[in-house]
Design a protein around this ligand. Structure first.
Ligand SMILES: NC(=O)C1=CN([C@@H]2O[C@H](COP(=O)(O)OP(=O)(O)OC[C@H]3O[C@@H](n4cnc5c(N)ncnc54)[C@H](O)[C@@H]3O)[C@@H](O)[C@H]2O)[C@@H](O)CC1
Ligand SMILES: [K+]
Length: 491
């Protein structure tokens, strides 16, 4: 897993460590890692033209000290100060290494303590604009974990020049302007070519829309000792740890039997597609429960299924169910000991009495919005918040589908899966996911593990199916086995 912590958790861990280390040690570790990452990105430092955007806090300090290191290696480094409180020792260090500092009044004379940093005056503007236009890279040290969302007009103007001249921006810790602890982007923010962060990932690195503004995120270890993560992102290696691989003693029952209630006369295809997803997972057997004509279609596509009720280890209910949804029956199943996955129409049977066992729900933003009685666009803008809220209110594990899928458990644990391809936005892809996650539940995984492994395998299968081109849901299901084999390293 890639772990992310909240600002409070990071500050507490930093305070602990700083108390045991000489002053400035952590910032030097951060700045060194940042300078190395920038050099690697540029391929060289000698002669490179680097512009630092420096705000009032330690984020700007990191940028200035990294600039010092790069200047000592022969880079032409220019700092643009966006506040008159920029890190004084950092400015002095950069200046001593030959870097240039543009304070607000537009002069480019080395300054150790600029009195004012307003980006005023035509001459000053021309200078910093020129510096940015000719830069190989711009370093965003405007704000870090102490930042409020949004950019001030001076910062926005400077960032816009970099954008207009196609100069890549490296974000220090995170792109300035994003909401660090939620991943929301309610206001203007930097869009980075890549991000260099310190100690641990922050939530904005893992949760969209902010995650999309980070580019690849490079983590520099500064020695923090951290509590359990607030949000974790599932990685390739986690599939090996979590996937229920059958062993020598396994039989079709012990591998797990899934009961599938999906499809209707109106949507028979959903049952066929969900079955494809389920059979691509780890179960030993699938029982299909639904209208005869749909059962016939499912059996024609998948002769290995068994039609009709019987003992199962989990239920997957909802894909294309339409009018076939029997709310009373589903509520009865929810109260049984057997884990249940609810998707699409099945979500209509969910109530917030908390009177149920292990439940995984797999809504998209619109469905989650309906469950919570809010507008869809609100959920889209604050995905983490609403996934958590629904998990708490309904006491279920919520898998919120999207470019980054969020899986929030009722105990507060949150995972994200972000390997999906945009081609996955296609009819039936959700049915494959529901079948696959149901299969993982039936094989014994917890709702949190089933949701995270299912989402990750689904994304990996879609990547194989698309190879950068259009795909169909059935093609995704067809690639789940290969994705699983590759991730389990069984090739
Ligand atoms: N604390 C530590 O031990 C370490 C901190 N490090 C760096 O320090 C950063 C945190 O430093 P700070 O706590 O000084 O916080 P910031 O550097 O995020 O700056 C906060 C300052 O910016 C102002 N501000 C807030 N939102 C703003 C906005 N939208 N636009 C303009 N100004 C805004 C605030 O008034 C405050 O003065 C981290 O992100 C990281 O880059 C690293 O050097 C590693 C070690
Ligand atoms: K930043």
């Amino acid at each position: 897993m890639r772990h992310a912590h909240t600002v409070d958790q990071v500050r507490a861990a930093e305070a602990d460590l700083m108390a045991r280390l000489p002053e400035g040690t952590l910032m030097q570790r951060a700045a060194t890692g940042l300078a190395v990452a920038i050099s690697n990105f540029l391929g060289h430092s000698y002669g490179a033209r680097v512009v630092l955007l420096v705000g009032s806090g330690d984020n700007g300090g990191d940028a200035l000290y990294a600039g010092e290191i790069l200047a000592r290696r022969g880079a032409h480094v220019t700092a643009i100060l966006l506040s008159d409180k920029a890190h004084e020792a950092g400015i002095a260090a950069l200046t001593a290494a030959g870097g240039r500092v543009h304070p607000a009044d537009g002069s480019s004379t080395p300054a150790t303590a600029p009195s004012s940093t307003r980006l005023a005056g035509a001459a000053g503007e021309a200078r910093w604009e020129e510096a940015i236009a000719g830069a190989d890279v711009v370093v965003d040290g405007i704000v870090g974990i102490g930042g409020r969302p949004g950019l001030k007009p001076e910062a926005l103007a400077v960032v816009q020049v970099a954008v207009d001249h196609d100069v890549p921006i490296v974000a220090v810790d995170m792109p300035s302007g994003v909401d660090v602890d939620s991943g929301e982007t309610p206001a203007e923010h930097v869009k980075a070519a890549f991000t260099v962060t310190f100690g641990t990932h922050k939530i904005c690195h893992l949760v969209d829309p902010a995650a999309a503004a980070c580019g690849p995120v490079h983590l520099v270890d500064i020695g923090l000792e951290l509590p359990p993560a607030a949000v974790s992102a599932i990685q390739d290696a986690d599939i090996r740890d979590l996937y229920p691989v059958p062993h020598g003693e396994s039989d079709k029952y012990s591998r797990g039997v899934l009961g599938l209630m999906a499809g209707s006369a109106q949507y028979p295809g959903a049952a066929v597609i969900a079955t494809s997803g389920a059979l691509a997972g780890p179960i030993g057997m699938l029982r299909y429960v639904g209208p005869d004509e749909v059962a016939t279609a499912v059996r024609a596509a998948h002769p290995e299924i068994v039609a009709g009720e019987g003992r199962v280890q989990a239920w997957a209910i909802g894909s294309g169910l339409g009018d076939e949804l029997d709310v009373a029956k589903v509520r009865e199943l929810l109260m049984s000991e057997i884990p249940v996955l609810l998707d699409a129409d099945g979500l209509k049977a969910l109530d917030d009495s908390g009177d149920h066992n292990a439940v995984l729900v797999t809504p998209h933003a619109g469905e989650l919005a309906r469950l919570l009685g809010v507008a869809r666009k609100v959920v889209e803008a604050e995905r983490l918040k609403y996934a958590r809220q629904a998990a708490e209110r309904y006491e279920v594990t919520v898998l919120l589908k999207g470019a980054t899928t969020i899986i929030a458990a009722p105990d507060g644990q949150v995972r994200v899966s972000s390997n999906a391809t945009p081609w996955l936005a296609t009819a039936g892809a959700g049915d494959v996911l529901a079948g696959l996650c149901g299969s993982l539940l039936a094989a014994g995984l917890s709702p949190l593990d089933a949701g995270s492994v299912g989402a990750y395998l689904h994304g990996a299968a879609a990547q194989l199916a698309s190879a950068d081109g259009p795909l169909t849901a059935m093609q995704v299901a067809g690639k789940v086995a290969e994705a699983t084999r590759l991730l389990l390293d069984l090739a």
